[in-house]
Design a protein around this ligand. Structure first.
Ligand code: CDP
Ligand code: MG
Length: 218
């Protein structure tokens, strides 16, 4: 049988859509954050942004507004504002779905029965204190990332042709020069050397023309 590949219509490179999602380590699991982050990285996610925050009950109510009016809402708000949480923007292919799969079922008891390797099975306590949160779709991921990281830019990450065009225009010409020079010089720490080279050869760095030089007072 012929092998099935996902073509993007312009050649042989399969289209990989890098997605972002918001992950929270909830108050009951913050003391296990290091272990959880290790699992996150081992599972192929990149942590793009991370912060530790202690939300007020008002901020927590805003964050969980979709659950307003439900029986568990008041205790959910009390729990989520009871201590610091860790918010992370995670990226990988199909990040939203994979992160929810890794988190496991909402109820930690059920998670231990049906998904014993999930984070909620491993680190959750009960049906409310379930260790982690994950956005449930593209729209909520955007909203939740903005909520926790108001300064972040949530435009889609370019992929396929768009990414190749961008790289070809914005970095490849400079990188090619830098890498050629790197091969000539063969420095001991090539990455540090390239980093320094890029800093001093960045074509976008602000240039101060001589004629604008400020004359020091005599
Ligand atoms: O977090 P997830 O998307 O899996 O579940 P949800 O239905 O969106 O609920 C949000 C959070 O409310 C859960 O993660 C639980 O912490 C809490 N919850 C609760 O306390 N009692 C329930 N019966 C359901 C959810
Ligand atoms: Mg949810």
């Amino acid at each position: 049988m012929p092998e099935v590949t996902m073509e993007n219509g312009d050649g042989d490179v399969p289209e990989i859509v890098v997605e972002r999602t918001l992950a929270l380590i909830k108050p009951d699991a913050v003391h296990r954050a290091e272990e959880i982050e290790e699992i996150v990285l081992e599972s192929g996610f990149t942590i793009l942004q991370k912060r530790r925050i202690h939300l007020t009950p008002e901020q927590t109510s805003d964050f969980y507004a979709e659950h307003y009016g439900k029986m568990f809402f008041p205790s959910l708000v009390a729990y989520m504002s009871s201590g610091p949480i860790i918010a992370m923007v995670l990226a990988r292919e199909n990040a939203i779905g994979y992160w929810r799969e890794l988190a496991g079922p909402t109820n930690s008891f059920k998670a231990r029965e049906t998904h014993p390797d999930s984070l909620r099975a491993l680190y959750g306590t009960d049906d409310q204190r379930n260790a982690v949160h994950g956005s449930d779709g593209v729209t909520s991921a955007e909203r939740e990332i903005r909520f926790m990281f108001p300064d972040s830019i949530v435009e889609p990450i370019p992929a396929g042709m768009v990414a190749r065009d961008y790289l070809a225009r914005a970095v490849n010409p400079t990188l090619l020069k830098g890498l050629t020079e790197l091969c000539k010089q063969k420095p001991e720490d090539p990455c540090m050397w390239l980093a320094d080279w890029l800093l001093s050869n960045n074509p976008n760095k602000p240039q101060v023309a001589d004629r604008y030089a400020v004359q020091e007072p005599m």
